[in-house]
Ligand binder design. Sequence first.
Ligand code: F6R
Length: 602
Amino acid sequence: MVEALRRMEYRGYDSSGVAVLDGSGASRVEKKEGKLANLEAALDSAGHDSFPGTTGIGHTRWATHGRPSDRNAHPHVSGDVAIVHNGIIENFAPLRAELEAAGVELVSDTDSEVAAHLLMCEMASGPHAGDFVASCRAVLNRLEGAFTLVFSHAAHPGTLVAARRSTPLVLGVGKGEMFLGSDVAAFIEHTREAVELGQDNVVVLRADGYEITDLAGEPTEGRPFHIDWDLAAAEKGGYDYFMLKEIAEQPAAVADTLLGHFQDGRIVLDEQRISDQDLRDIDKVFIVACGSAYHSGMVAKYAIEHWTRLPCEVEIASEFRYRDPVLDRSTLVVAISQSGETADTLEAVRHAKSQKARVLAVCNTNGSQIPREADAVLYTHAGPEIGVASTKAYLAQITANYLVGLALAQARGTKYPDEVAAEFRQLEKMPEAIQKVVDSLDPVREIARELADSKSVLFLGRHVGYPTALEGALKLKELAYMHAEGFPAGELKHGPIALIEDGLPVFIVMPPVEGRGVLHSKLVSNIQEIRARGARTIVIAEEGDEVVRPLSDYFIPIPASTTLLQPLLATIPYQAFAAEVAAARGYDVDKPRNLAKSVTVE
Ligand code: F6R
């Protein structure tokens, strides 16, 4: 079991745990905060003999609700029930209130724990009391959100019940043994025969077989497949690099970041330790961040100023506190950080707080330092990002930043509730559009291989296309060690146009047709200017943008979107381009030279 958890550790590594059913009606549970090594040490000191049994569940956690701790680690236990959960139970708050009103004591801060207690109550006094499988279904039917859940019950030692909705779960079929995992890497050393489970499928697992039903109990079938990956490939989901896997995970990262943040017609943050009145009184916004997170903040500026009419400045975190910015208690400082540990951003937060400003953190790592010190927090739900270059965390940051903008507009009344709802609905459509871009990256990779020997590449854009250009250039620099620069397209003629020479590749993001007008036609002129000087143009534009197609040496179509949301689509070809150029040049895509995933020194 520990070996399987080690294979899953890349999916989450802030705490882990196991529950083993000993067959005589008891279960043993051990869980520990921190890396898997902590759990291993605890199991070793307890002695493996004290965990007898042939049925068990295990989990490595990446915190969403409740910071990493022994208490919040999985499995969660209620009487004879133990459960592990991946995902977000969106309606956990009313379920928790219901359980508390019934006298159940909840011991963790997680959304997951409610599932254990609900099952315990169903087994004790529900309409299917004593029927393990039917009681699990009854619980599953009450849950909203995205979840993979596995239930065990000490009085039913030979059986596990599991289900999935919008999060992964695969079944491994062995000889006289069965497995479940978030992906096949969990059990690949035991069996290569697997079954993919469909949406809302429930599987009942016994050592000698399994049954799959829907949530109503009607029999259904999974999709059997043979695993021909080796172990290393299996951990990367069959991709050559984690970064490619993480690019492909972007529809889920954006969808999960939106999940649960629009309730009863209102945008809700994850943690808010400032009053609504204080939020209403904000008269100025600073965004502080580094690298890609800074670029996501640049995108946010357009949305925040447009939606809230508040002045918004974006600052590189390492510059912020050294220039004595004008801050007071009606200033909101938004700190964006995937890791939540970046020293420059953390020091900017501390400086802001020392000047009485309010701090809102947008962060991917629950329990990290920046959200701990902030007055309000919105978590991105990209999951662990292993590739050093930010991809899915970046799109999740942009998404969360839009939610911050809408929360401010809502608090200040600069948008009516139905306008906020309409913007949120636009955001909800994005995962599908992102999926389309992710599915059509092969031509981009071909262009990358063709241009892999270029000395230099330029990236141009206007409006939100400008931060997208900066992000495209950063990806290429950090992964392919190639000179790259991003410019606002209008700035070109003020100097950088001197860089244009015959054959120089220049990427351009065109605004969507919705924004066509001044912006679109100005960019068309910019393209003509650089083509006249010999540049090779690679244009990312809305499919059907026939005006710009004839001006493109390479044309990369993306789906239609609003102008503000376009970076969620237009960035993706840049990620794929940089990864492919790096691979073609023989570099390690996941671990670029000189870089660390989290920069904890100033
Ligand atoms: C670029 C990249 C970095 C980070 C930056 C901030 O691909 O990953 O530029 O975005 O170091 O890191 P966080 O978001 O952890 O504060």
